[in-house]
Design a protein around this ligand. Structure first.
Ligand SMILES: Nc1nc2c(ncn2[C@@H]2O[C@H](COP(=O)(O)OP(=O)(O)OP(=O)(O)O)[C@@H](O)[C@H]2O)c(=O)[nH]1
Ligand SMILES: [Mg+2]
Length: 390
């Protein structure tokens, strides 16, 4: 038997990742979504658009053979994230089962979409901000990112912009103050979606790899008493108080005849120009040398090996008054380092649902709106805010 839902415009997507798993979910949306799924679903009750759960079995079209035991949910248009009637088929997460269900839906005339296309065509009551928040939310890897993005998915940023829009004409100064505050949240928001890259750099043998291992809590990099041990850049994710960073250990920077070490030094120097933040490490056992001078003006300076009885901490303190004395063996001073790494983001850490700007285009449009207001151009400011709310 071949059933085709007449003029089916329904679309479907396997929204769970490919691979073996306990459960997979296939979403079907569109006017005929429910009718299409009903053609191959056998349950005690017929599907209806009432946000209900239906337990039953899914069957092939041509011979009605059993494909899987499934749970189906139906969501009516007004509650659906696609803005249209939405049916979800929750089946067992084997590749064969999901592929078969997708095949049956195709036979019914349902259009199958990739996950990327699916996200791009989420319409309904979702604005570009909420769509972006959802995309970022699905890819995020820290608790803090998840929490902040969930609020933006629920409309916290949109609501704030709507409020600002309402005050542009009547109270432009108030609107501008709110815009400036909101733009500042991009420091945190952008870092939550793209983890800041931190490079550990300095002269050879100062304890850079020991520091990397300490921060990660495991022996990731080789540590040795001979200078020039690290050659390649070693990068690992690091989470501090829910905030994710990318941390890289680098080759000690010095002039050397060793060709391989030279290549490592070159990589370190390149990374110094690309990293968002540099931790520059010096060795308290050795008096300050020219090669201890940080190659990045905004670096956090550590004077490591502070545990040694004979040390030059005072000499370093005179040259670098804000440096932190650390011991990468015991962890002394590391809390202060972590606080420094978090400090640019700390003022914007939300304690309640807070609007956070998290993508560059949002920051740019807001900056345009603020600039326009500073020049008394209310219409231009309004237009930039409207663009954000599309
Ligand atoms: N006493 C003391 N020794 C340390 C400390 N940190 C590192 N070391 C020792 O210093 C030596 C060099 O450490 P590494 O971590 O390999 O130094 P590095 O800067 O990565 O060296 P390169 O990879 O050669 O550039 C090792 O013997 C470490 O055990 C510290 O805080 N105190
Ligand atoms: Mg090293």
């Amino acid at each position: 038997m071949t059933v085709v839902v007449p003029q089916c415009t329904a679309r479907a997507c396997i929204i769970t990742p490919p691979g073996a798993a306990g459960i997979a979910t296939i979403q079907v949306t569109g006017h005929e979504a429910m009718a299409a799924v009903q053609c191959c679903f056998h349950g005690k009750r017929a599907l209806s658009p009432s946000s209900r759960l239906y337990h039953g079995t899914f069957h092939a079209l041509h011979d009605d053979s059993l494909v899987d035991e499934v749970v189906v949910t139906c969501c009516e248009q007004s509650h659906s994230m696609t803005g249209e009637s939405l049916v979800e088929i929750h089946c067992h997460g084997s590749r064969a089962v999901t592929a078969k269900i997708a095949e049956v839906l195709l036979q019914l005339g349902v259009q199958l979409m990739s996950q990327e296309d699916w996200h791009n065509c989420l319409t309904g009551y979702q604005t570009a901000i909420e769509q972006a928040a959802l995309r970022r939310f699905l890819a995020c890897e820290s608790d803090l990112s998840a929490c902040v993005l969930l609020y933006q998915m629920q409309g916290v940023l949109r609501q704030k912009l709507t409020n600002i829009r309402q005050t542009v004409a009547s109270e432009p100064d108030v609107a501008l103050a709110h815009m400036v505050q909101l733009i500042e949240t991009a420091t945190l928001g952008k870092a939550l979606v793209t983890p800041p890259h931190i490079a550990i750099a300095g002269a050879p043998n100062v304890g850079k790899s020991t520091l990397l291992n300490l921060l990660l809590g495991r022996e990731r990099a080789i540590v040795d008493a001979s200078p020039g041990t690290t050659r390649d850049i070693i990068s690992e994710p690091l989470v501090i108080q829910g905030m994710r960073f990318l941390l890289s250990d680098t080759a000690g920077i010095r002039t050397t005849d060793d060709m391989v070490e030279q290549l490592g030094v070159l990589r370190s120097q390149t990374l110094l120009t690309q990293a968002d933040r540099v931790i520059w490490v010096c060795d308290a056992a050795i008096p300050p040398r020219p090669l201890d001078q940080p190659l990045s003006s905004s670096a956090i300076i550590l004077v490591n090996k502070s545990d040694l009885a004979v040390n030059h901490l005072a000499a370093y303190r005179r040259i670098f008054p804000t440096s932190i004395a650390t011991c990468a063996l015991s962890g002394d001073g590391i809390k202060e380092l972590e606080e420094q790494l978090l400090s640019p983001f700390q003022p914007f850490m939300p304690h309640t649902p807070a609007p956070i700007v998290f993508e560059k285009w949002q920051e740019e449009l807001l900056a345009n709106a603020a600039d326009a207001l500073r020049h008394g151009q209310k219409n231009e400011a309004m237009a930039a805010i409207e663009k954000m709310l599309l």
